[in-house]
Design a binder for this molecule. Sequence first.
Ligand code: KG4
Ligand code: ZN
Length: 367
Amino acid sequence: MAEQLRPFTVLGLETSCDETAAAIVRGAAPGPGEILSNIVLSQLDEHRPFGGVVPEIAARAHIEALDAIVAEALATAGCTLGDIDAVAATAGPGLIGGVMVGLTTAKALAMAAGKPLVAVNHLEAHALTARLTDGVAFPFLLLLISGGHCQLLAVEGVGAFHLYGTTIDDAVGEAFDKTAKLLGLGYPGGPNIEALARGGNARRFALPRPMLGREGADFSLSGLKTAVRLVASAPGFAATDAPDLAASFQAAIVDVLIDRTRAAMDRFARDFEGARTLVVAGGVAANSAIRDALSTLCAAKGFDIKKPPPGLCTDNAAMVAWAGVERSQLGLFDGLGVAPKARWPLQEDPGRGSLATGSPETRNALR
Ligand code: KG4
Ligand code: ZN
């Protein structure tokens, strides 16, 4: 287990998609940490008429809301800026306008309060959430399933990720959202599909399970989406069939996720002898059919499973603040010149000790 370092109190900001969020978290690696406040303002109503997130609307809404959300996070935690040790903000990946708003605000706050800045990778924030909630030790296998990502990674430390598999086309949340749109359900699609699937027959429609049994741990989901479109547009398909299609779609997703995760577990067990923890993270990890199936898989494979509560799987700032805690403890601060990034893959992080390029010494230093 990692050595316990001095606790840090960090203000985190999250603005990379359609949630404007600020949180204050106190703690030390490996966790768990204490969430002193966690304010999330969803912009759902603003985007709903368009059936998805509109980047310009998101950026403007972040500008309008963020100051008040930060003030609320500080007040709820009973803190002033003077009480915090660092300011962390999502610096990517995400919708660039929103990321700029959050990162620029964080820079201004850090400068005004004379505190260090931490530029957080949103995916790393999702990845480390299980340390915030459960104090999960490194290394662990991570299934990261969100609106923009679908990946299996071995997480060996802060900034130290091995990519085992990724989607070669759509992300899993995207597949949920597109299927929901086809079925006339509102945005975001995931929770709506999950609710509709509850009353449906998952065996009614035989949908494909792309990549099942393939070597490696990659995913492909666009064929499934096409198959759903074919069923939904076939003559005779009625609104009363929608629950069965939602259930059949969700069952196909579950089968694919389970198969790919099983393959990644075998590799992880070979790469990290003795380590047996699976963490699931990202917005789609809020889905209970997926959570239950992963628990069953872990029981069969002798893995522990850690599932952050649904409210910390979907986008929030507590995870960003926690990533800020972990990075602060390692002295991984950023200068005020750090740039926002629309694209920022986890495993391409050479300046920050990525295992893709890092030496064993770097790895140990980052553990
Ligand atoms: O992590 P997240 O909040 O934002 C990104 O970083 O992308 O993930 C959002 C995605 C959306 O595609 C949404 O439909 C999906 O997570 N999602 C779900 C559920 N709740 C959210 N998908 C399936 N079932 C859910 N219950
Ligand atoms: Zn996210």
